[in-house]
Ligand binder design. Sequence first.
Ligand code: SF4
Ligand code: SF4
Length: 169
Amino acid sequence: MIQPDEVRAIAKKNENFKFRTFLKCHADEDELDEQFLRLHKELFAGYDCSKCRNCCKMYKGSIPAEDIDRDAKYLGLTSEKFIANYLEKEEYGINYQTKHKPCDFLQEDGSCKLGDCKPDGCKKYPYTDQPERLSSLLNMLDTVEICPVAFEIFERLKKEYGFRTRSRR
Ligand code: SF4
Ligand code: SF4
């Protein structure tokens, strides 16, 4: 597996964009979901995310407004204090983001200060086991430049589809 600090430099932006177009033209929606899910299970099974945490380092944490009271309680704070200590409003909409990047809830050992109260979006990242991969491929292009496992899934899919060979014809 590629090292977390190498993924952005090694991900091939142009090739990945072409592969996204290739999948849009050639992949079956359900089959692609199955392929993503199979590779997700295989590759995350042996991977220790606490040694990576690129997803917490390269984005600000995004906290839904409906999580605020629960998260504040988890940290033993009032909702007002929780917001004042850690958060600012996102530019658009009603949700919040952390004041800093890396996310303010990322701890030294790679764990999340919010524990099981971490946002649903963080729990689902990098979304490679979620349905409707074919319609989410544009988002995947960013993800494969951040997440080593998503990067590897994309590279394996290129092989399974014979993408490099077929795209040279
Ligand atoms: S989900 Fe991906 S980016 Fe986040 S810690 Fe795990 S391997 Fe790294
Ligand atoms: S809330 Fe937790 S899991 Fe989500 S980005 Fe911040 S540290 Fe990572």
